[in-house]
Design a protein around this ligand. Structure first.
Ligand SMILES: [Zn+2]
Length: 773
């Protein structure tokens, strides 16, 4: 963006303070300016965001120069060049009554799938970003073609009985179904993607026709939602609607037309917003990716209105999610849902961390950073999630950069292997939500490396890149092998003269960070988890060297201090298990993690053997392990009583010494029948030995819920091995290795009742305490 854009921003800030007067002339002015400015420059919004004190650079101002980020971007760019526009437009044309001879695509875009059309939105956004970032006209040409056909579809829509402005690959009757409470997938979610894609085509790729189409569509949104009472609209919001509030607020900021703000606020979902405004965590059980876009919307609505309740909602949602619902790699959700606050070790499955959620959490983080540019924890999170999950979502051996849906975290997990939407995405037969958000993520990797405010530059991320700070005539060249190396250099050239500040994020994971200029260490505060500010008079060619020493740190799960992940600086390390299956977190030997070379390769001892550790983002095509058993479960070494939380009764051998006899539960009376030793087997499991009988608890291989737990002489089999999952509150779930079922009191408080086996669940019937005798 040229320096005149800066004065435009200042001008518009002044206008924004007065109100939204002379909106139309501003829109025309901005549109007219587009044609005259550089092709890859963003179209400035009419209204300035309220409360903001850090500003991103346009995508075209930051160029990735080498390394994994650029490689990821290039694979996705290859796919964007490859993908056939007419095949993607097929269902739009058919829905509008226009002819199409293109071969339909499959997956979630199949002609009979209710979500069809959502990928068009992602494609429009990704093409706009690709063009803005690279200036390559191939992306502009393809985006223009898509917008042109969509405009024709929109013009034809009334011929099919749709209201003017409607643009979709499915009939308008889908909206009737939402409004009447009938089953339908998520039409507003899909329309949100299309609106956002068109807006991106306008503001990032300068396509004026896209503004016309999105404005017509917004007019339809306003009509469709304006007919409904508040209660009717709230009922509509119970079906996933993406970030409708976010994009309508964006359109208001972009154009200044207050109708779009009114429409945005109709999508404020009270049942989700009200508890968050009060900083209450009621996320347990909610579909995660249905919620996160609403929070981005709240941030956008704050910036459009200045109403602090919106800011509270967005900030509280971020704090609660990161604090209580986020795995070490930066993702959240299990089977797409939020679980109880703190539940992490209890949900290490092959369907953790849907990738869309993290795409959206990164957007939310970025929105909050511009409000709170001194909160380094925001970009500590951003770095962790971007590096480990989002860079790692893409298959590096696929030329089209295909991605996964979930990021599994079960012991011995493998990317692309899950119970639902497994595999990597494909050219034309997947089109899940995460494929669409993946296209966006991998075409805007540079968007948060640098921010600015006035003469202050903030360096948030460490990635090889060149910043063209055209507003000031300054170029910043960052060279780094981060995170393999711990050092980044930033060379400033051009019109750098005079005193100005460079703020550099000092991550919370480092210690002893240093900042040097031209080789001389500077006396600046480098406290971890804050920004180091370098204010000086600069000379072209000055080179800042930032060194961020890394070390191995174990990150325990919130719900279990003995289940922990290995991190090195910002990088999560994963055990490379090749094709070996794991059924439980391997027992990691304390202090055994050792770096083996200059690359991020380490070894550790786990389960008695050596395992190679690799960066989690590189863990493709192998079984990997992220969370380890680090404490032997904290299980007492001597004789213990094992008491059921619901019944209060203690596990009892009954004094019976016959192999195959059933275990009971009894009031604690100090008898050796009720005393057990938990013998650590070194593989994350224990055997449970009775003091009277000398035999061990044994599932006998019976996988039925309600089967009695028996006892037998120790034979080393899986049916006699038990994993003690610490629930972090002094309670344990005791899970059999052979059957996967857990000891359970069955809710029977009668002394002498059976101890049974049941699928592990959150009920206290299968929770036990261990009391040293
Ligand atoms: Zn998804």
């Amino acid at each position: 963006m040229s320096s005149s854009s800066l004065s435009r921003r200042q001008l518009l800030q002044a206008v924004g303070a007065v109100g939204v007067a002379s909106t139309v002339s501003q829109v025309l002015d901005v549109t007219g300016a587009t044609a005259a400015t550089a092709a890859a420059a963003a179209v400035a919004p009419v209204r300035a965001d309220i409360g903001v004190s850090a500003y991103p650079f346009d995508l075209g101002q930051v160029r990735l120069t080498s390394g994994r980020w650029l490689e990821n971007q290039n694979r996705t760019l290859t796919y964007l060049r490859f993908i056939d526009a007419d095949r993607m437009l097929h269902t739009f044309r058919i829905n509008a009554g226009l002819s199409s001879t293109a071969q339909p695509v499959g997956g979630w875009e199949g002609p009979g799938v209710e979500l069809r059309g959502h990928s068009m939105g992602h494609l429009l956004s990704a093409l706009a970003q690709a063009y803005a970032a690279t200036g390559d006209s191939a992306f502009k040409t393809k985006g223009d073609y898509l917008v042109g056909v969509l405009a024709a579809c929109q013009r034809a829509a009334p011929n099919r009985g749709y209201r003017a402005g409607y643009l979709s690959a499915f009939p308008e009757s889908f909206l009737d179904r939402v409004e009447s409470g009938q089953q339908v997938w998520a039409p507003w979610y899909t329309l949100h993607k299309i609106l956002a894609g068109l807006l991106d085509q306008y503001r990032l790729a300068g396509n004026a026709e896209a503004l016309t189409v999105v404005t017509n569509m917004a007019d339809w949104v306003d009509w469709r939602t304006g007919r409904l009472s508040y209660a009717q609209m709230q009922a509509v919001l119970n079906t996933e609607f993406g970030g409708m509030n976010a994009t309508m607020a964006d359109l208001y900021q972009q154009t200044g037309d207050a109708r779009w703000l009114v429409a945005a606020q109709r999508f404020d979902h009270a049942v989700v917003f009200d508890p968050l405004a009060a900083n209450q965590d009621r996320l347990n059980g909610l579909h995660a990716n249905t919620q996160i876009p609403k929070w981005i919307g709240a941030a956008r609505e704050f910036k459009a209105t200045g109403t602090t309740r919106y800011r509270d909602i967005a900030t509280n949602a971020w704090n609660l999610t990161i604090g209580a619902h986020t795995y070490v790699i930066g993702g959240d959700s299990q089977a797409e849902h939020f679980r109880a606050p703190g539940a992490i070790a209890a949900y290490l499955t092959n369907d953790t961390c849907e990738n869309c959620n993290t795409y959206n959490m990164l957007k939310l983080t970025r929105e909050l950073f511009t409000l709170y540019p001194d909160r380094a924890d925001l970009f500590d999170y951003y770095e962790r999630a971007l590096l480990n999950q989002m860079i790692g979502q893409q298959n590096p051996s696929d030329a089209h950069g295909h991605v996964t849906y979930f990021t599994p975290l079960n012991p011995g997990a493998r990317r692309g292997v899950s119970s639902n939407n497994g595999g990597y995405s494909t050219d034309y037969n997947s089109f899940w939500c995460c494929q669409g958000t993946g296209l966006e993520t991998q075409t805007k990797l540079m968007d948060s490396v640098y921010f600015h405010n006035g003469t202050t530059l903030t360096v948030n991320l460490f990635a090889p890149s060149v910043l063209t700070w055209s507003q000031r005539g300054i170029t910043v060249t960052q060279v780094t092998s981060f995170p393999v190396g711990d050092t980044a250099t930033l060379r400033v050239t051009g019109s750098v003269g005079g005193s100005w500040s460079m703020r550099i994020r000092i991550p919370s994971w480092t210690g002893g960070a240093t900042v040097s200029v031209n080789g001389a260490q500077q006396s600046v505060d480098t406290t971890p988890g804050a920004y180091a500010t370098l204010t000086r008079s600069w000379t072209s060619g000055d080179t800042v060297t930032v060194r961020l020493p890394m070390r191995v740190v174990m990150k325990a799960a919130n719900d279990n201090p003995d289940i922990a992940a290995i991190t090195y600086g910002p990088v999560v390390l994963a055990g490379n298990y090749g094709n070996t299956a794991l059924s439980a977190p391997p027992a990691l030997s304390n202090g055994s993690v050792t770096r083996t070379g200059g690359a991020l390769t380490f070894t550790a001892t786990a389960g008695g053997s050596t395992v190679n550790l690799i960066p989690f983002y590189d863990a493709h095509g192998v079984n990997y392990n992220v969370y380890w058993n680090t404490g032997g479960g904290g299980v007492p070494a001597g004789w213990v009583r094992i008491s059921n939380v619901t019944t209060g009764l203690a596990l009892d051998s009954g004094g019976n010494v016959a192999a195959g006899s059933a275990l009971k539960q009894w009031n604690w009376d100090g008898s050796t029948n009720l005393q057990w030793q938990l013998v650590d087997l070194g593989n994350g499991y224990h055997r449970i030995v009775n003091r009277t009988s000398g035999m061990v608890a044994d599932s006998w291989g019976n996988t039925a819920n309600g089967a009695s737990c028996l006892q037998g002489p120790w034979n080393g089999g899986d049916n006699q091995q038990w994993r003690l999952n610490s629930l972090g509150n002094g309670r344990y779930q005791i899970v059999n290795r052979g059957t996967g079922t857990a000891l359970d009191g069955g809710g029977n408080t009668t002394a002498g009742s059976a101890t049974i086996l049941w699928t592990p669940n959150a009920n206290t019937n299968n929770q036990y305490t261990l009391g040293v005798v």
